[in-house]
Design a binder for this molecule. Structure first.
Ligand SMILES: Cc1cc2nc3c(=O)[nH]c(=O)nc-3n(C[C@H](O)[C@H](O)[C@H](O)COP(=O)(O)OP(=O)(O)OC[C@H]3O[C@@H](n4cnc5c(N)ncnc54)[C@H](O)[C@@H]3O)c2cc1C
Ligand code: SF4
Length: 299
């Protein structure tokens, strides 16, 4: 099944302009976390906060809306969020924790729930997982090189970075620089090349930008918990909602010699398949070289 198991898929945008003013896409992650905190569904969230080094995220235990808002926006490098789960539970005494992470991090959290090796008392404290779509990630050194050497922008002047439409884009001091995504491939984390999960298939709720126009998010609910929380948030008017049918691929045949244009869920499905095929290819290459591979991580 493309995109893993899910209950519903829709396009959403947070109504609170304070949230959409700082969020990466439709502000679904930040708005849902703030809503869940308000309603007592969670008492804290593990997010990618700002650290001292520009654009190097710091795994952060956010217990207020201000802290959640301060962590909005995508940082295209690793935020080792799983490393602070124990602190959140054992030192800060949180009982209902939300975890925001890339698909691999959500996978790790779910694995921890099923096989809590060295993580006693943790699984039942995880109240919500929100997964963000992820095609690839970069090391911090790689990210800096992309920004400073390829985009020719000082990393500390960047206000937003974004990947979309085959480009890596940075906004800095009122200007926007876009470079072909091809230029960034060599800075990708090696480990991402065996990753076959684009849409965070193991989260309660998954969200990303592919499939919806700028300022909106594509959202999957995957578990009863995720579905119920989102239904309540929708009933309380937290989001504007559209059907994914609004973003369907054009039905007109492509111009001669051109490929059909894919949009909406068709585009997401195509990218999901590309990621799975690429992971399988890398997996087979590694196996042929006699390198260690874990078949279970391909799905
Ligand atoms: C490395 C990476 C690659 C991505 N690739 C794609 C892609 O190919 N296609 C796509 O549609 N979407 C991708 N996304 C997701 C997208 O950029 C947005 O994060 C997502 O759409 C949520 O937007 P939002 O407005 O709801 O989030 P916001 O309300 O802005 O909140 C974003 C949340 O993500 C957390 N976060 C930020 N950076 C990281 C990080 N490095 N690791 C873990 N959590 C983080 C923040 O703490 C915050 O809670 C990627 C994200 C990352 C981190
Ligand atoms: S591509 Fe996969 S392994 Fe790499 S950061 Fe994204 S989810 Fe994790």
């Amino acid at each position: 099944m493309p995109f893993g198991t899910y209950k519903e898929v829709m396009a959403l945008k947070a109504k609170d302009s304070k949230i959409t003013g700082v969020s990466q896409d439709g502000g679904v992650v930040t708005a849902l976390l703030c809503y869940a905190l308000d309603k007592g569904v969670i008492d804290g969230a593990l997010v990618a906060g700002k650290g001292e080094t520009p654009w190097l995220p710091k795994p952060t235990i956010a217990t207020t809306k201000e802290e959640i808002m301060a962590a909005a926006g995508t940082k295209y490098t690793i935020n080792p969020v799983v490393s602070v789960i124990k602190d959140a539970v054992r030192e800060q005494g949180l009982e209902k924790l939300a975890v925001v992470g890339t698909p691999c991090q959500i996978y790790a959290v779910q694995k921890m729930r099923l096989y809590p090796v060295g993580a006693r008392h943790i699984p039942d404290k995880i109240a919500l997982t929100i997964g963000i779509f992820c095609t690839e990630n970069f090391s911090y050194a790689g990210l800096r090189t992309i920004i400073e050497d390829h985009c020719k922008v000082p990393v500390d002047s960047v206000t937003k970075m974004e990947i979309g439409g085959g480009k890596f884009k940075v906004k800095a001091a009122g200007k926007e620089v876009a470079i072909p995504i091809k230029e960034t491939h060599k800075y990708e984390q090696e480990g991402c090349h065996v990753c076959s999960d684009l849409t965070a298939e193991f989260a309660d709720i998954s969200t990303g930008s592919i499939g919806t126009p700028e300022g909106w998010s594509t959202v999957f609910t995957r578990t009863t918990k995720g579905k119920d929380l989102l239904a309540k948030a929708l009933a309380d008017g937290i989001f504007e909602k559209k059907s994914m049918d609004e973003f369907k691929s054009p039905t007109a045949p492509p111009a001669p010699g051109k490929k059909p244009i894919k949009t909406g869920l068709d585009l997401l499905e195509q990218m999901d398949k590309q990621k799975k095929d690429k992971a399988k290819k890398t997996f087979d290459e590694r196996k042929a070289m006699g390198l260690f591979v874990t078949p279970e991580i391909l799905y």
